[in-house]
Design a protein around this ligand. Structure first.
Ligand code: GLN
Length: 494
């Protein structure tokens, strides 16, 4: 076993006890990346020299007996939609090729202050629009459990990197499921925080009223550790909320005897894979065994979530993406006649098909005469969806659902059929519309050894309870803890 295969909390413990050095750990991380990333293609950019240097600095601190910050020496991979000072940030798009942000996002500052080491930027669907990481301008990422399958998306690079032991932790972003769905398809833990819990300063906007940054980790303990570091009020983001950040790890230690769990009946729709349903039923039995009370719940407006999301998200995206005009950032065509032809050609060449489709949809939904019929209506339905959750949470502490209707699907299987692709997020999207927190964690495997995920949804700002439920399940689930085999042919370094 190599050190990159451990969890973050195991590494923190061993570095603190001087059993291993941060430098050795970082070497194992980069060895693994060199060995397999040509097959997985999780990373767009690596920060090798700086990362090894920072690891040495942590070791000096250990040697001098200095107190270590909470994530000292922990490798973190960052989805390429989060600004990193001095390191190219492309959002998986040709239009931002060559864009080097002059500042770090707040989450990056917080991670660095906590001693974490940013090892690189990860692949993603262009501007976070997608569920498979096939919409990246830089080619797809492959699922470490089966290279013929997608890792999910849009945070597919981040999640595949964690699953393939190329990093301990990754940051993803979740607008409609992009942390939880890939976590489910790669057998990892992914948490979408309550809207306002984690600062969005330095996160390139896709749909501002839905976007949140969150952690992708190997287990719930690591998730709780990272959440503690990245959460909390930030003066640079007026939508971040000034609420105390609890000690998530400590809250995990309590049991779940007191918990009332609702299982929304609307989530067991036609199209759910029977093996997913089976894994969920087995998981619910574990919760019951641990003393939780389980009842059927109802979220009656669930069926309107997808259309509501695809109106609101595309409307916001059409406005947010107007800034890529060839003047301020990244790519600009060389041949053009005048200013408007420069805009037109730059945007035509710079954006991929899915992004263009969404800009058109969103512009249409916001255009005069259609605004009331589409955008305004969608906002009203969004309120109804949110009220469904409010009602459910007056009875239950958490809700449990599958994360994704199917395990990982094959590359190209859904890419030409956007509506089928959009269905991948049917269980995750309502949560973003309601602004509430949810975590996905593994609850089993199908007969092809592909991971299956379970989603735990919580009340606003009650990340503590979903982490506690997830932790108790993880500790007591009878599911074997597996890793992908990854016997890929020896690769050259990247
Ligand atoms: N798959 C959804 C979409 O394409 C969600 C993406 C996300 O959460 N960033 O919009």
């Amino acid at each position: 076993m190599t050190l990159n295969q451990l969890t973050a909390h195991e590494v923190i413990n061993l570095i603190g006890k001087k059993k291993i050095t941060a430098y050795e750990v970082m070497q194992d991380i980069f060895n693994q990346i060199d060995r397999i990333d040509n097959s997985i293609k999780a990373f767009l950019v690596l920060n090798r020299e700086e990362a090894l240097k920072q690891a040495k600095e942590i070791d000096i601190k250990v040697k001098n007996g200095e107190e270590l910050p909470p994530l000292a020496g922990i490798a973190v991979a960052v989805k390429d939609i989060i600004a990193t000072r001095g390191t190219e940030t492309t959002c998986g798009s040709k239009i931002l090729k060559g864009f080097i942000p002059p500042y770090d996002a707040t989450v990056i500052n917080r991670l660095k202050e906590a001693g974490a080491i940013i090892i690189g930027k990860t692949n993603m669907d262009e501007f976070a629009m997608g569920s498979s990481t096939e919409n990246s301008a830089f080619g797809p990422t492959y699922n470490p459990w089966d290279l013929e399958r997608v890792p999910g998306g849009s945070s597919g690079g981040s999640t595949a990197a964690v699953a393939a032991d190329e990093t301990f932790v990754a940051l993803g972003t979740d607008t409609g499921g992009s942390i939880r769905q890939p976590a489910s398809l790669c057998g990892m833990v992914g948490l979408k925080p309550t809207y306002g819990r984690v600062s969005r300063y330095g996160l390139v906007a896709y749909a501002s009223s839905l976007d949140q940054i969150g952690p992708i980790t190997k287990d719930v303990t690591d998730c709780a550790l990272v959440m503690k570091v990245i959460s909390g009020h930030d003066n640079m983001d007026s939508t971040s909320v000034n609420l105390e950040v609890p000690d998530y790890l400590k809250s995990c230690q309590a049991g779940i005897k007191d918990l009332k769990i609702g299982v929304p009946k609307e989530y067991f729709i036609e199209g759910i894979d029977p093996e997913v349903k089976d894994a969920l039923d087995k998981a619910l039995k574990i919760f019951e065994k641990l003393g939780a009370k389980i009842e059927e719940a109802s979220l009656p407006h669930t069926e309107y979530s997808l259309p509501t999301y695809y109106l609101i998200a595309t409307a916001e995206a059409s406005s947010n993406l107007a800034r890529y005009d060839g003047v301020q950032y990244g790519y600009r065509v060389e041949d053009y006649e005048d200013l408007s032809s420069m805009y037109q050609k730059t945007r035509s060449e710079g954006f991929g098909n899915e992004v263009k489709r969404r800009i058109m949809l969103g512009t249409y939904a916001l255009s005069s005469g259609y605004y009331d019929a589409y955008y305004l209506k969608a906002q009203k339905v969004r309120t109804l969806i949110k009220e469904d959750f409010d009602k459910a949470f007056s009875k239950y502490d958490i809700l449990i659902t599958p994360t994704s209707p199917t395990p990982a699907f094959k590359l190209k299987e859904k890419v030409d059929d956007p509506l089928t692709m959009y269905l991948s997020d049917i269980y995750t999207i309502p949560i973003n519309l309601a602004g509430i927190p949810a975590i996905s964690l593994n609850c089993g495997y199908n007969k092809n050894n592909l991971p299956i995920g379970l989603q735990i949804i919580g009340k606003p700002f009650d990340e503590e309870t979903i982490l506690r439920a997830a932790y108790n399940f993880e500790q007591n689930s009878e599911v074997e803890k597996k890793k992908p085999e990854m016997n890929f042919p020896q690769q050259k370094s990247i």
